[in-house]
Design a protein around this ligand. Structure first.
Ligand SMILES: CC(C)(COP(=O)(O)OP(=O)(O)OC[C@H]1O[C@@H](n2cnc3c(N)ncnc32)[C@H](O)[C@@H]1OP(=O)(O)O)[C@@H](O)C(=O)NCCC(=O)NCCS
Length: 93
């Protein structure tokens, strides 16, 4: 699953809504049987939520993207081991 874009209205910023949305999205994806969630974002924000940077030589996205901002969260341990190549071509269970 691809997560994003994520946005919280400034009137509600810094109250945990963004983190809550990410956690709810991960739980929903897990409940639906997905194994991996990919996003393009900032490691300081998404790292504590379970996302890790991917090796840019291993995973690519269509279109211009900063490879240092491509991150994956495993919903099943080891799921990222099978993730490689152009992400749009992946078929995930
Ligand atoms: C990023 C965003 C969704 C966070 O929403 P939020 O509800 O304010 O976030 P939370 O309340 O869960 O977390 C707030 C904390 O995250 C930090 N944070 C926000 N954006 C961050 C970023 N890009 N990198 C690192 N930390 C970030 C805040 O400084 C704050 O830190 P604090 O708790 O130490 O004060 C919101 O700022 C937003 O809509 N930004 C514009 C759109 C955007 O950049 N989306 C992300 C695209 S990947």
């Amino acid at each position: 699953m691809l997560l994003g874009p994520l946005a919280v209205h400034p009137d509600f910023a810094k109250r945990g809504a963004g983190r809550g949305l990410v956690r709810a999205a991960l739980a929903a994806a897990r409940d639906q049987g997905h194994t991996l969630v990919l996003l393009v974002g900032d490691e300081p924000y998404y790292g504590p939520l379970g996302f890790r940077r991917v090796d840019p030589t291993r995973v690519t996205l269509p279109g211009p993207v900063n490879p240092l901002r491509v991150m994956l969260a495993e919903l099943v341990p080891g799921a990222s081991l099978t993730a490689y190549g152009m992400a749009k071509n992946w078929t995930w269970g």
